[in-house]
Design a protein around this ligand. Structure first.
Ligand SMILES: Nc1ncnc2c1ncn2[C@@H]1O[C@H](COP(=O)(O)OP(=O)(O)OP(=O)(O)O)[C@@H](O)[C@H]1O
Ligand SMILES: [Mg+2]
Length: 254
């Protein structure tokens, strides 16, 4: 299989000389086209930082990211912006929705600046709405929604332009189990049927059990990697065991 993402020796510090946090410390791995990779690890272990760097929202201090044969860390800003728009989808931990727009306006946002015709946009909107059960909420403004509803809108917006690579940071964190399962089934579907490559950070073992493999990070370093054998229940048990082995973040142990 072809590598779609190569992450090589990524390190990232926050803060200044006197007061700094090493969020990532020499992380390397490959992701193949059509992979569905979970990123797990205690709070503060560097998951969001890693997703932000791989998705080109943030630059690493050291290291390289190659996506689809392109070296992201060396691309110009407008090239990166174009690449993101055409190839990548994002579901952020804090949603990043435009509060004063409606649900529908938020969902179609990634399509409005692109080549899509109005009929095509409407068709895709209807399809996504149906899958995620969002139709009744379409005309509401974002600031009139619950946390879980916002999360679904963020998911709809991320997948409407059928990205080649989808980044998801805790996509089920605010969802009830029915909505979470609906979303996960959909992610599994685009992964298997459309070869969408998915990279998903989560704390939740049930959510993670939908992945094909999981990379555990602790203190900014890769701690372990596990693969599914295709049996979701067995994988779930394996994930729970690894979570026990890795323990909580230092924050909670302090
Ligand atoms: N903007 C920032 N400025 C300073 N430190 C930061 C910043 N963002 C994150 N950090 C620190 O970097 C480390 C990694 O944070 P990160 O958000 O990547 O963790 P995470 O694994 O996503 O955690 P969670 O599971 O809580 O979402 C933490 O110690 C965090 O406090
Ligand atoms: Mg995070």
């Amino acid at each position: 299989m072809m590598n779609i993402i190569t992450v090589s020796q990524i390190s990232k510090k926050y803060g200044n000389l006197l007061n700094s946090t090493k969020a990532l410390n020499g992380v390397s791995f490959n992701i193949e086209k059509g992979d569905f990779v979970g990123i797990m690890g205690p709070s503060g272990s560097g998951k969001t930082t890693l997703l932000n760097i791989i998705s080109s929202a943030m630059k690493p201090d050291v290291g390289e990211i190659i996506i689809d044969g392109k070296e992201l860390t060396r691309m110009k800003e407008n090239e990166v912006a174009n690449f993101r728009k055409n190839h990548l989808g994002f579901i952020f931990q804090d949603f990043n929705l435009l509060e004063s727009l409606t649900v529908e306006e938020n969902i179609i946002l990634p399509l409005t600046f692109s080549k899509f015709k109005k009929v095509e946009i409407t068709k895709r909107l209807q399809y996504i709405n149906k899958i995620l059960g969002l139709t009744p909420l379409n005309k509401r403004r974002i600031d009139e929604l619950s946390g879980g509803q916002k999360q679904l809108v963020a998911c709809a917006r991320a997948i409407i332009n059928k990205p080649e690579v989808l980044f998801a940071d805790e996509p089920t964190g605010s969802l009830d189990s029915k909505s979470a399962t609906q979303l996960l089934n959909y992610l599994e579907k685009i992964n298997t049927q459309e070869q969408t490559t998915i990279l998903m950070a989560t704390h939740d073992a049930f959510t993670a059990s939908y992945c094909k493999r999981i990379i555990f990070i602790k203190d900014g370093k890769i701690f372990a990697k596990i693969n599914t054998n295709g049996d979701r229940k067995e994988f779930f048990e394996k994930i729970i065991n690894m979570q026990r082995t890795i323990g909580g973040g230092d924050f909670f142990n302090a």
